[in-house]
Design a protein around this ligand. Structure first.
Ligand code: SAH
Ligand code: SF4
Length: 377
């Protein structure tokens, strides 16, 4: 069976080239063709030896999941739904801003953590995405957007692992994908512009610190264990003090000198002014000297099965003001792509309910074809 070259970081690609009887250094050229130029056809990699191209054509592919649908929002946000087989779809969202382009990437089909307020969590866990499926989202989005916008320079400047799934519960397959994102021969993202978001898998936070320190976002959502146990069931295994200890261990080698804490604002659940003050005290006092932090409040994106409501805007503003006044920089996440349901936590589950597997399969389109016609879509 042909190897999908999107499975490999540069080290892995070099080893693969060796199995084809090629010198390791040839892999750098190949790696650049794939990631910097978005080329999937070996025949078009004109500066590789013909014999090498022939071997690649026989033993390798560059393959991303089929695109089930593509939605372009009025505000420039683009959302793709990819078919990862067995009725599972995953979602990727591109969010353009004046000075950057952020891609939100999925790491699993479904999620085993089962947070109360998350539609991915409500779907349950299907499977881990492969490295190629994780990296393929960036490969496809970057090169599609370049063609679509008629640009030659980099479009995706920031990546956030905030799509479907818990990235740190798919650690081994995530790691090579992160390495390719950071590689100067590929996407060349800086460590500060690559963010892993986690619900708090403590041992894996430590491993990430050792293997590949990037920006860390922690989904906190509650200032005390009782409430967090209910909202983020993983808290029963790794309670808040252990999670904050892991954050303190993470910071010395991290590219940023603070942890971003995400806090989803749920009406009448975690948005009381007292809870803002408890959150302040928690982050200011933990471990004696506190945890250097920024807080990102996310207005809850409701879905029917959750039985929860979004906090009113005034309460979100008051909560943010209390935290800012207390000395922790706090922002409220803007909702983008509202017209195409591209907001956090509204991912593929929805589509599955509406259209069913068979219809979605019928609509599936080859990602490579889409890439070729990117300019016209
Ligand atoms: N599993 C990881 C990353 C994916 S979720 C994590 O939990 O951090 C990315 C962010 O979206 C998390 O902060 C999560 O809490 C938030 N989120 C999930 N469902 C949401 C919803 N319905 N409304 C608003 N934010 C949501
Ligand atoms: Fe999983 Fe994150 Fe959703 Fe929780 S919020 S269920 S960890 S994807």
């Amino acid at each position: 069976m042909a190897a999908n070259l999107l499975e490999f970081d540069l080290e892995g690609l070099a080893a693969f080239c060796e199995t084809l009887g090629e010198k390791r250094f040839r892999s750098v050229q190949l790696f650049r063709w794939i990631h910097q130029r978005g080329e999937a056809e070996f025949a078009r990699m004109t500066d590789l030896a013909k014999s090498f191209r022939d071997k690649l054509a026989q033993h390798a592919t560059v393959k991303v999941p089929e695109v089930l649908s593509q939605h372009l929002s009025r505000d420039g946000t683009v959302k793709w739904l990819f078919d990862v087989g067995s009725g599972n779809a995953i979602e990727t969202v591109f969010i353009p801003e004046e000075d950057r382009g952020t891609l939100c990437i999925s790491s699993q089909a479904g999620c085993a953590v089962g947070c109360r307020f998350c539609s991915t969590g409500h779907q349950g866990f299907s499977r881990n995405l492969t490295t190629a499926e994780i990296l393929g989202q960036l490969w496809f989005a970057e090169h599609f957007m370049r063609r679509h916008l008629g640009r030659a320079d980099r479009v995706v400047t920031n990546v956030v692992m905030m799509g479907m799934g818990e990235p740190l519960q798919n650690y081994d397959l995530l790691l090579p994908a992160l390495r390719v994102m950071l590689s100067d021969h590929a996407y060349g993202l800086s460590r500060r512009r690559l963010t892993v978001s986690t619900s708090g898998v403590v041992p894996m936070i430590d491993r990430l610190a050792r293997d590949c320190p990037v920006a860390l976002a922690v989904s906190l959502h509650a200032p005390e264990d009782g409430l967090r146990d209910r909202l983020v069931p993983l808290n029963r295994k790794y309670p808040i003090h252990e999670l904050l200890d892991a954050c303190l261990r993470y910071l010395p080698g991290a590219p940023r000198d603070f942890i971003t804490f995400e806090y989803c604002m749920l009406d009448g659940v975690n948005d009381h002014p007292d809870q803002a003050h408890r959150l302040l005290r928690l982050l200011r006092d933990h471990g004696g000297r506190g945890v250097p932090a920024k807080i990102n409040l996310i207005p809850f994106n409701p879905f029917p099965a959750s039985g929860l409501r979004r906090s009113p805007a005034a309460r979100v503003q008051a909560f943010a003001a209390a935290l800012n006044n207390g000395g922790i920089v706090t922002t409220v996440r803007k909702t983008r792509g509202d017209d195409i349901d591209a907001a956090c936590g509204q991912l593929a589950g929805d589509v599955q309910d509406r259209t069913g597997v068979r219809v979605r399969m019928a609509r599936s389109r080859s990602a490579l074809q889409l890439l070729d016609t990117g300019r016209n879509t």
